[in-house]
Design a protein around this ligand. Structure first.
Ligand code: ZN
Length: 343
């Protein structure tokens, strides 16, 4: 999505030499309701991006530094036409904004398929964690292990000795701040329970001492949409419980381990994190909508980090009221719980 401006001959016949300045708006834009989430989204995104830029800089990783910078400026200059907002997106997978857009597109693609499946199951496959220096290689090995299992099962299916593997697979990785380890794992939605049990068994056989029975989890899916949202979410956690406790046992405030997030995204570089096996996705038409709107019918805004708001570039008007700004809790977490120490 991009913004262009051009001078276009006016359509209201004021005379042959009447040129109206126009904006060319690409894409379908962001609705008002979604725009309400931007003060929080931009605040978290920019704070995290700044930390990641510093980490990449220290490592001399120019490419990652540039990507993080693009995320910092994602959807910074926008144009509104009274209903929707238009602007450029960084399209990085670590961008909170862009990954949410991607997730919505994938849900629209996968939901009609998963809803038709006989008895969809949700399977989590985990393995023994990696130390930081092992992560890059480890993630690739983990992906390869699943690929090997799939091919083995496919051969059996062709010989009529097993079910056809039909599933959606998503690779994620979280960081354990106590053990200082990284745990790549798969979230899988299978078409039947039989497939889920088979994959679970084969995973344990394939990984041997690197996976344990209790590290895996299998559930029958009651609400496909809810599970799809879970499977297609941001591919690593932004907020991690420093004590690694879950649910009600949580005692401390969550921490953002920026150096660990950097390691995970470096290791993910060049890899496809979502894969479908045994079924193909319908082609979804790419959004190519373009509109030409007179400048006088639009407003131009620029995001100001200090104000946590978009500001009208002409009038200085703030887009948001106080109640839409990031909460005190979010401010506290991003200002005081952002850890950049490398482990
Ligand atoms: Zn973005």
């Amino acid at each position: 999505m991009a913004l262009d401006t051009l001078a276009q001959r006016g359509t209201n016949n004021k005379g042959k030499n009447d040129f109206t300045e126009c904006h060319v708006l690409h894409g379908k834009g962001t609705c008002k309701e979604s725009m309400k989430k931007f003060p929080k989204k931009k605040f978290i995104s920019q704070k995290l991006a700044l930390a990641l830029i510093e980490i990449a800089k220290e490592e001399g990783d120019k490419e990652m530094e540039k990507s993080y910078r693009n995320t910092f400026y994602c959807f910074n200059d926008i144009i509104t036409d009274g209903n929707r907002a238009y602007g450029d997106h960084c399209k990085n997978r670590f961008c909170i904004n862009c990954s949410a857009i991607r997730k919505a597109t994938l849900i629209n693609k996968y939901l009609p398929i998963v809803e038709k499946w006989e008895k969809p199951c949700f399977l989590t496959l985990t393995r023994v964690s990696f130390k930081r220096h092992e992560l890059h290689k480890g993630i690739r090995e983990t992906k390869k292990a699943f690929q090997t299992i799939f091919q083995r099962c496919q051969k059996r299916f062709r010989r009529n000795k097993g079910p056809k593997i039909v599933c959606l697979v998503s690779l994620e990785c979280n960081y354990n701040p106590i053990k200082k380890t990284y745990n790549p794992h798969f979230h899988i939605i299978t078409a039947t329970k039989e497939i889920a049990i088979l994959l679970n068994t084969e995973w344990l056989k394939q990984l041997k001492e690197n996976a344990s029975y209790k590290g895996q989890d299998l559930q029958v899916i009651k609400n496909p949409l809810k599970k799809l949202i879970e499977v297609l979410k941001y591919s690593t956690k932004i907020f991690t419980d420093p004590d690694m406790k879950k649910g009600k046992k949580k005692t401390s405030d969550p921490v953002v381990y920026a150096a660990a997030i950097h390691e995970i995204y470096k290791a993910f570089k060049g890899l496809k994190l979502q894969n479908s096996y045994g079924f193909s996705l319908p082609k979804i038409e790419k959004e190519t909508k373009t509109q030409v709107i007179p400048k006088s019918d639009t407003k131009e805004w620029n995001y100001k980090s200090k104000l946590r708001s978009y500001v009208d570039t002409e009038t200085g008007e703030l887009m948001y009221k106080e109640k839409h700004l990031p909460s005190a809790k979010v401010e506290y977490l991003m200002n005081h719980q952002l850890n950049t120490t490398s482990n």
